[in-house]
Design a protein around this ligand. Structure first.
Ligand code: MTE
Length: 323
C-alpha cells in the first residue's frame, strides 16, 4: 500500500518556499568577507531567548568561561532566531515549535550509560554536569536544509564524557538516544517515523576534540526547543547529527541505525559530513542561508573544521561520508 505521508525534509513547504525566494535574491555573497568587525563575539545576541531556560541546580554554573580556541568567522546568531526556528520533530514538523516544546519536563532527568562499558550506570543530569564542569564554545551549525547559525554553546567535551563512561576497547560506536514520551511530544504519535530519535558517532569521532555535549546556550541553560537538558553539537556534520534531549548513551560494535538514515536511506546516511560539492538529491549544498538574515554564503567542506577532522576520514574508502 502506498501511504502518502510527510517525510521529513521533503515537506516543509515553508522551507521550500524560503529556498526558492532566497535563491532569487541578488545578495549572494562571496563569503562573509566582512572582516574583523564581524569577528566572533563582537556582535552580541540582542534579544533574550524564547521560552524558559531549563532551570535546575546547574543554572548557578552559568555563564561558563569561554574557551577562546574555537573562533567564528561570522557574527553570533541572535538568540531570538536560534530559539524560535527549530527542528525538533518530536514536537512538530514545522520550525515554529518552541511553545509546544515547553511541555517537556526536564527535571529530574536521568541519563543511562550502557552497552560495551566496564559497568553500566545511570546518572542524574545535575550530577553529570557537576562532574564534567562547563565551558563555552562558539561553533557554527550547518543544517542539511541549507541554513546555518553560529551559537555560543555551553557544555563539556564529549571526549571527557567518554572517559568517564569507561567504554571497553572493543566498542566502535557511540549511540545516543532522545527521550520517548508521546504524551508530551505529539510527533512521537506519528507511526511512520522510526522513534526514538537516534544518532551515532564512531569512537574516533566521539573522542575528537570538537565533539561537544551541550547543556546551555547564550550563557544560560539550553531552552527546551533547542534540546534541553543535554544535546550534542557536532559542527563539521549536518545539524541532524546533533541529537537533542539525550536520555541514553550506548557503546557498541555495531554502526547505529540513525533516525534519518532509517527513514530515508537514499538521502541520509550515518556519516553526514558537510560538503558543498556533494548535493543533496533534491537541492544544492553549495551555499547556506544565514539564519536571521537574507544572506547566502558559500558552505565550506566540513563546515570549515577540516583542520580538526579531515584526518579521521583519510583511510575511509567507499563510505558515503557526505550524505
Ligand atoms: N534531535 C531530535 N531529538 N529531534 C530532531 O528533530 N533535529 C535535528 C537536530 N537534533 C532533531 C534533533 C536537526 S535536523 C537539526 S538542524 C538540529 O537538531 C536543530 O537544532 P536547533 O533546533 O537547536 O537549531
Amino acid at each position: 500500500m502506498l501511504i502518502r505521508r510527510k517525510r521529513g525534509w521533503e515537506l516543509p513547504e515553508s522551507a521550500a518556499t524560503d529556498e526558492a525566494v532566497f535563491r532569487n535574491r541578488r545578495n549572494l555573497l562571496k563569503g562573509l568577507a566582512a572582516g574583523p568587525m564581524l569577528a566572533a563575539g563582537l556582535v552580541a545576541p540582542h534579544l533574550a531567548a524564547a521560552g524558559e531556560a531549563a532551570a535546575g541546580p546547574p543554572a548557578s554554573l552559568y555563564p561558563a568561561k569561554r574557551n577562546d580556541k574555537y573562533k567564528l568567522d561570522r557574527p553570533i546568531t541572535p538568540a531570538k532566531y536560534s530559539t524560535t526556528y527549530n527542528n525538533f520533530y518530536e514536537f512538530s514538523e514545522d520550525k515554529d515549535l518552541w511553545q509546544a516544546a515547553q511541555a517537556l519536563k526536564v527535571e529530574p532527568w536521568s541519563i543511562k550509560v550502557g552497552g560495551m562499558v566496564e559497568k553500566p550506570f545511570t546518572i542524574s543530569f545535575d550530577d553529570l554536569v557537576k562532574k564534567m564542569g562547563l565551558e563555552e564554545r562558539l561553533y557554527r551549525h550547518r543544517c542539511v536544509e541549507a541554513w546555518s547559525m553560529a551559537v555560543p554553546w555551553t557544555g563539556f567535551a564529549l571526549a571527557k564524557f567518554v572517559d568517564f563512561a569507561r567504554p571497553l576497547g572493543s566498542a566502535k560506536y557511540l549511540k545516543m538516544t532522545t527521550f520517548t514520551d508521546p504524551a508530551v511530544a505529539p510527533g512521537q504519535n506519528k507511526f511512520f517515523y522510526p522513534w526514538p530519535y537516534v544518532e551515532g558517532l564512531t569512537m574516533f569521532e566521539a573522542k575528537n576534540e570538537l565533539s561537544f555535549l551541550v547543556t546551555g546556550m547564550y550563557g544560560k541553560p539550553v531552552p527546551k526547543q533547542d534540546g534541553a537538558p543535554l544535546r550534542l553539537a557536532i559542527p563539521w556534520k549536518y545539524g541532524f547529527k546533533s541529537v537533542k534531549s539525550i536520555v541514553s548513551f550506548e557503546f557498541t560494535d555495531q554502526m547505529p541505525k540513525t533516525f534519518w538514515w532509517a527513514l530515508q536511506p537514499s538521502e541520509y546516511g550515518f556519516w553526514a559530513d558537510v560538503n558543498p560539492a556533494v548535493p543533496h538529491p533534491r537541492w544544492s549544498q553549495a551555499t547556506e542561508r544565514v539564519l536571521g538574515s537574507d544572506m547566502q554564503v558559500p558552505t565550506l567542506i566540513w563546515n570549515g573544521y577540516g583542520d580538526y577532522v579531515a584526518d579521521m576520514y583519510k583511510n575511509l574508502k567507499g563510505e558515503r561520508l557526505f550524505a
